[in-house]
Ligand binder design. Structure first.
Ligand SMILES: Cc1cc2nc3c(=O)[nH]c(=O)nc-3n(C[C@H](O)[C@H](O)[C@H](O)COP(=O)(O)O)c2cc1C
Length: 404
């Protein structure tokens, strides 16, 4: 299915370099033409000959000593590629890409190409969790670089943890998706909400929740790559705003309601992943509340506007998707919310399941439609869960069009 597609596979100097051979085989099996570029350090882990034999092409390592005499390999390969995939990507190479350095063939080629760039980081947990690496990855994501998050599992040095190269299967699948992009949301306008809201108590304190915004941001990014125009209304989050998305930052439930109202009319589907506060302080103080003795305080709360319910009541032909974070009776509560809020689809997750829900990079959900279907989604990276949700949205939009 990837016949006629050209992939530059970049291999960098990490312990997972040997896995690039399997990735190369997977891409070739799917019909892609693959040229391998290695960093000099990658050559310390696996000999270029392995990749040469598997790819049937010369392997390029040196910017100044290309396989074809007098060639400018960085430009030739950069132009030839339909996709540049760096797997595994070391912390060092990620830092170079983030800084825009071009001091070897791999980094120069990455700057020179206009093809999509997909990187699969793999390293020790402390390296990937280091603020420098996190900032570098966030900068790359913000620039539209596609990143396959590592997995948690066995690492080198008999360690266990986050940072293990994603599976060959998911890397090959993601590469294939980028090479054969689905445009089933082309021409659709999506409004996505994400993250928590903050309800002020006084100028320095607020009530909020643990939502990270990751699920909504993943939906926005994936919808964009499937051709949709995306408006992302988000609460306070520490995520990089994805390039190409129209982002609207808000703080409180009231502000989120106003922003949603403003963009609702121009949307074909609304996906409300935001964890909007249900209650807010009834009487936020204009000045900082003083401790004033040792007695406690009673805080009076009032309900916030029901944004989702409001959209459901006035949905017209729009597709409306809600989320339900539950700690018990998942199906019953989700179906109740689906009916009460007049939704087309509800995505429910049990936030007590390890690896699902708030702050996590993965999620395990069940989707319920108004026609009574139940669609379970196993524990997957939030990006993959986003794709499953968008599959449903695309088909609901299609059905709505056919029924019109
Ligand atoms: C045995 C060994 C294993 C390594 N494994 C990794 C790794 O998995 N990920 C990583 O980011 N760096 C790893 N490093 C460090 C890189 O090799 C080093 O940062 C190097 O400069 C990367 O160069 P490159 O990005 O040009 O390939 C490892 C080093 C050694 C000696």
């Amino acid at each position: 299915m990837l016949k006629g597609k050209a992939v530059v596979l970049g291999v960098t100097g990490g312990i997972a370099a040997y896995k690039a051979a399997e990735i190369l085989r997977g891409l070739k099996k799917n019909g892609a033409d693959v040229a391998v570029v290695m960093t000099a350090n990658a050559g310390r882990f696996v000999a270029p000959l392995t990749f040469e034999a598997l790819s049937g092409r010369p392997v390029s390592v040196d910017l100044f000593d290309p396989p074809a005499p007098g060639g400018m390999e960085h430009l030739t390969l950069a132009k030839w590629a339909d996709l540049v995939l760096i797997a595994p990507a070391t912390a060092n190479t990620i830092a170079k890409l983030a800084a825009g350095l071009a001091d070897d063939l791999m980094s120069t080629l990455a700057l020179a190409t206009t093809a999509p760039l997909l990187i699969a980081p793999a390293m020790n947990t402390r390296m990937i969790r280091h603020p420098a690496t996190e900032a570098n990855l966030a900068a790359l994501a913000g620039r539209g670089v596609h990143i396959i998050k590592p997995e948690t599992g066995a690492l080198a040095e008999e360690e266990e943890g986050y940072g293990r190269l994603a599976s060959t299967e998911s890397i090959v699948r993601r590469a294939s998706e980028l090479l054969l992009p689905r445009h089933d949301l082309a021409g659709r306008r999506l409004l996505v909400t994400a993250g928590p809201t903050r309800e002020a108590l006084d100028p320095v304190r607020y009530i909020s929740n643990r939502s990270s915004g990751k699920m909504g941001f993943a939906i926005a990014v994936r919808a964009l790559s499937r051709g949709a125009a995306v408006t992302l209304v988000h609460g306070p989050v520490s995520l990089e705003i994805p390039a190409g998305v129209h982002a609207v930052a808000v703080l409180s439930a009231g502000e989120m309601q106003a922003a949603v109202k403003e963009h609702l009319e121009a949307s074909d589907a609304v996906i409300m992943t935001a964890a909007v506060a249900d209650f807010r302080p009834a009487d936020p103080r204009p000045g900082k509340i003083k401790k004033g003795g040792t007695d406690g305080m009673v805080l009076e709360m009032e309900a916030t506007p029901d944004i989702l319910g409001g959209i459901g009541r006035n949905k017209g032909r729009r597709i409306v998707v809600g989320f339900a974070a539950e700690t018990s009776d998942l199906e019953k509560n989700a179906r109740k919310k689906l009916a009460e809020k007049n939704l087309d689809l509800i995505v429910a997750n049990d936030v007590t399941v390890p690896g699902a829900g708030f702050e996590s990079d993965t999620n395990q959900v069940e989707m319920f439609t108004r026609t009574g279907r139940r669609i379970p989604v196993p524990l997957l990276p939030k990006e993959e869960v986003a794709e499953r949700i968008l599959d449903q949205v695309a088909s609901l939009l299609e059905q709505a069009e056919e029924g019109a």
